[in-house]
Design a protein around this ligand. Structure first.
Ligand code: TXA
Ligand code: MG
Length: 312
């Protein structure tokens, strides 16, 4: 995977690769992003594949300026003022998609909203202008690994080309806010400190890294059963339903379903929602889940369970 300087030939190679549906690692002020043509569903799918993301987390569409963002999403007054105040910069706005928004549905995970930002980095901006269309870009790391803040941090197999823009200035991802009816909700703490949003009509503030599992794209309530759910259970109560896994099947619950008696995480992932549905019986007091390994698809399973356990 060549690492090139972001000079004329380097930028030309990058735009050519993007036009061909390939992935390019781009420096931003926050972290390096793994960029693809936001309009090209196949290119977007390659991002998920390269990162080894077990689920289709919605991506941020990067654009060169506010005018380009207005081709994608609807700005109300507050959103417009935030963009004017913080762009270019590490603030991502989650706003309603325009009906004719050209960004692929896969990039937005099928949501009616889209996350957009204007990065504050000369190389990213120059590439966006040369490419002339939005680029989606998650951090350029394999899922679960540290975000890269230097070109040499980027794993060799991720992309077809890396533009070397030196070390990233901010080093943490952008702050993500959703703007609804003029009110601001902080979904992910990041490069714009929440203190900088003082004076804006903020409804809710994520409480730092610990709150991040409930952050955007995570759609906590979507996965929540009606019954309360607790994780990491070794001794279920007699009035609970138990989700077992492999040989982790303690006795004592009212009902038990094993996600995978053989301890196969792929099978467990495939069964997860169905099992939760089946155990979500109002005559029971709750759902208890044994500890599920965290490796491989176990990460996605635990992620879903955390959200199912989280009661907003
Ligand atoms: O600083 C950054 O934001 C970096 C650089 C490369 O720009 N990008 C980045 O992307 O952090 P990523 O994919 O790691 O984080 C994007 C997050 C998703 O995980 C999701 O939580 C949230 O943005 N998101 C995207 N679209 C959303 C939407 N429509 N509604 C709510 N959250 C959304
Ligand atoms: Mg990331």
């Amino acid at each position: 995977m060549p690492i090139v300087l972001p000079d004329g030939p380097g930028l030309a190679a990058a735009t050519d690769a993007l036009r061909a549906g390939r992935l390019v690692v781009v420096p931003t002020e926050t972290v390096y992003g793994l960029a693809a043509d936001a309009r090209d569903g196949c290119a977007v799918a390659r991002i998920y594949e390269a990162k080894g993301r077990p689920r289709f987390n919605p991506l941020i569409a990067h654009v060169a300026d506010l005018a380009a963002a207005r081709q994608l999403v609807v700005f109300d007054g507050a959103a417009y003022q935030l963009a004017e105040a913080f762009w270019p910069g590490p603030l991502t706005l989650v706003l309603p998609r325009l009906a004719d928004c050209p960004v692929s549905q896969l990039a937005g995970a099928g949501l009616p909203t889209l996350a957009v930002r204007v990065p504050d980095h000369p190389v990213a901006l120059e590439l966006l202008r040369a490419f002339g269309a939005p680029l989606v870009a998650p951090s350029a790391n394999v899922s679960g690994r540290l975000s890269p803040t230097r070109a040499e941090h980027v794993a060799g197999h991720l992309a077809d080309l890396v533009l070397d823009g030196g070390p990233c200035r901010v080093g943490v991802e952008s702050t993500i806010v959703q703007v609804v009816a003029g009110r601001i909700r902080v979904l992910r703490p990041g490069g714009v400190p929440v203190e900088a949003l003082r004076g804006w009509p903020i409804d809710e503030v994520a409480a730092g890294p610990a709150a991040m599992p409930n952050a955007p794209g995570q759609l906590a309530s979507h996965y929540a059963p009606d019954l309360p759910l607790r994780m990491g259970v070794r001794r279920p109560r007699h009035d609970e339903a138990l989700v077992a896994f492999g040989d982790r099947q303690p006795a004592g619950a009212a009902r038990t379903i094993n996600l995978s008696p053989t301890g196969d995480l792929a099978e467990a992932a495939a069964n997860l929602f169905d099992v939760l549905h089946r155990l979500d019986d109002p005559r029971l007091a709750g759902i208890a889940v044994v500890p599920i390994p965290r490796h491989g698809l176990g990460a996605a399973i635990n992620d879903r369970l955390r959200r199912a356990a989280h009661r907003p």
